[in-house]
Write a protein that binds this ligand. Structure first.
Ligand SMILES: C[S@@+](CC[C@H](N)C(=O)[O-])C[C@H]1O[C@@H](n2cnc3c(N)ncnc32)[C@H](O)[C@@H]1O
Ligand SMILES: [Zn+2]
Length: 379
């Protein structure tokens, strides 16, 4: 296996040199395209100032070692079941001079999280598996101390975002289909699963920062003990009904499956997390950590994320709406945002979008009217 050195944040890492797309079949897994995800993780965990950290699926050790170098904890337990990964973790720990802080293990992640001498006292656990986090999530939320943080990645975006509804049902016990705001669905389906996993153990999960990127969905949140709190967290789950015909979308109650606008069947998605998936003040504090660590893209993204709370659990794709309304010309994103704000609505481009997607507190009916007016004006 050929290795090369890369720099991420303030950390230097020896990583396998891979041609093409990294794969779970590589001798040791390292994905350079997930660097922003790692930057975001370090920044999002930063405000908690974690003392005792666990990276149970560490690969080359990138996340755990970065936390050791960039956040200054007392102890980081790095673990991987792959012996060759562990050899690289050892080299990387030495390379960054964090031997005093890091302990390296070579076990099954679940066994480690249940049996380690620090089990039950971790301030932060980072779950970054191949594909779904489901097999590791129970152990991760149970090995935290009260009020500890867990970071969860899922790369099986095709299931969470509704392309493979049966896989989503099997893995996450959620009904999803592909809709135009699929990124919202993926983020909220993952959070919903974490909330329900926690609730089984009388634990309440509260998301602090969540994001969607091309390859994955990630949420970092706090786990608190208490049955009542867990009940309250469950009450923040719900179903979103979406009409493919006229675009009506809302949080609906069980049995409400007909579109109140046009009478078509609604596509029902859920249970999803239907409350905010970012905590504004946490996201701002995380953005400051990113700024201090000179992680510029992460800082920008966290600042954008801090604006999203208070908007509903869906988004409007301008192109999709323009074609639904048969508009001759597609209004520009800038004009749509400006008009919504002029009319007194909140309006923003969500963190995940590079396209003409808008999040706003305007209802689909209000949005439709406004877009129609703009479409007609621009003719
Ligand atoms: C996606 S990679 C981790 C990447 C790493 N977190 C990063 O950011 O570069 C997942 C890792 O989990 C390890 N793994 C898979 N199953 C495991 C298990 N049951 N116990 C411990 N490690 C496991 C794999 O060997 C692999 O290194
Ligand atoms: Zn309808």
């Amino acid at each position: 296996m050929k290795v090369e050195k890369v720099r991420e944040g303030r950390t230097v890492l020896k990583v396998p040199r891979v041609r093409g797309q990294p794969s779970s079949r590589d001798p040791v897994f390292y994905n350079p395209h997930m660097r922003l995800s790692r930057d975001l993780t370090v920044a999002s965990v930063g405000p908690a100032n974690p003392r005792v950290v666990c990276d149970p699926l560490a690969g080359v050790g990138a996340r755990g070692i970065r936390i050791a170098v960039e956040l200054d904890p007392d102890t980081v337990v790095l673990n991987d079941i792959n012996e060759r990964a562990v050899e690289l973790i050892e080299e990387n720990v030495r390379l960054n001079g964090v031997e005093d802080v890091c302990r390296i293990e070579n076990r099954d992640a679940n066994a480690l999280m249940y049996e380690d001498e620090l089990a039950g006292s971790f301030d932060y656990v980072d779950l970054d598996p191949f594909g779904t986090p489901v097999p590791f999530l129970d152990a991760a939320v149970r090995t935290l101390r009260n009020r500890g943080l867990v970071g969860v990645s899922a790369t099986d975006v095709s299931a969470l975002a509704g392309r493979y509804p049966r896989a989503a049902r099997r893995k996450y016990w959620v009904e999803v289909e592909r809709v135009e705001f699929y990124q919202e669905v993926a983020i909220r389906a993952l959070i919903s699963y974490v909330v329900r996993t926690c609730a089984k153990y009388d634990l309440a999960f509260e998301p602090l920062v969540a994001f969607f990127q091309r390859h994955h969905v990630r949420v970092v949140g706090r786990v608190r003990r208490g049955a009542k709190r867990a009940d309250r967290a469950l009450r923040r789950l719900g179903h979103v009904g979406h009409c493919r015909e006229c675009g009506f979308t809302d949080v609906v109650e069980p049995g409400e499956d007909e579109c109140p606008e046009c009478g078509e069947d609604l596509t029902i998605l859920g249970p999803l997390w239907v409350d905010d998936f970012a905590d504004r003040s946490w996201a701002k504090r995380a953005a400051k950590v990113a700024g201090r660590l000179e992680l510029e893209r992460a800082r920008e993204l966290l600042e954008r994320l801090a604006e999203e709370p208070g908007t509903p659990p869906w988004a409007y794709d301008i192109h999709q709406w323009a074609s639904r309304l048969g508009l001759a010309r597609v209004p520009k994103l800038k004009d749509v945002l400006e008009r919504l704000r002029d009319e007194g609505y909140r309006a923003l481009r969500p963190h995940y979008s590079t396209k003409a997607v808008v999040k706003t507190d305007a209802s689909p009916i209000e949005f439709r009217e406004l877009l129609r007016e703009l479409g007609e004006e621009s003719c």
